[in-house]
Design a protein around this ligand. Structure first.
Ligand SMILES: [Zn+2]
Length: 74
């Protein structure tokens, strides 16, 4: 729940993209997880306002010359 936290998430059933860098939407996705009391793997409902639970991080670039570099341009 920290803004600087990083997680590697695999979604093998998502046919729209094979990989990517995503973040929880704020406040929609963040609030869903703050309220969740379940443990273990489980799906989450979509936020009530119709926004997605996560969004693509369009401000993160991967440098192919390094093993991995994440730049947060906020
Ligand atoms: Zn949960």
């Amino acid at each position: 729940m920290l803004p600087e936290a990083v997680a590697i998430v695999m979604a093998p059933t998502d046919k729209t993209r094979s990989c990517g860098i995503f973040r929880l939407s704020d406040p929609g996705g963040m609030n869903i997880l703050k309220e969740c009391r379940e443990t273990g793997y489980h799906p989450h409902r979509e936020p009530g306002d119709g926004s997605p639970i996560y969004e693509h991080c369009s401000n993160v670039y991967i440098n192919p010359n390094l093993r991995l570099e994440i730049c947060d341009l906020r």
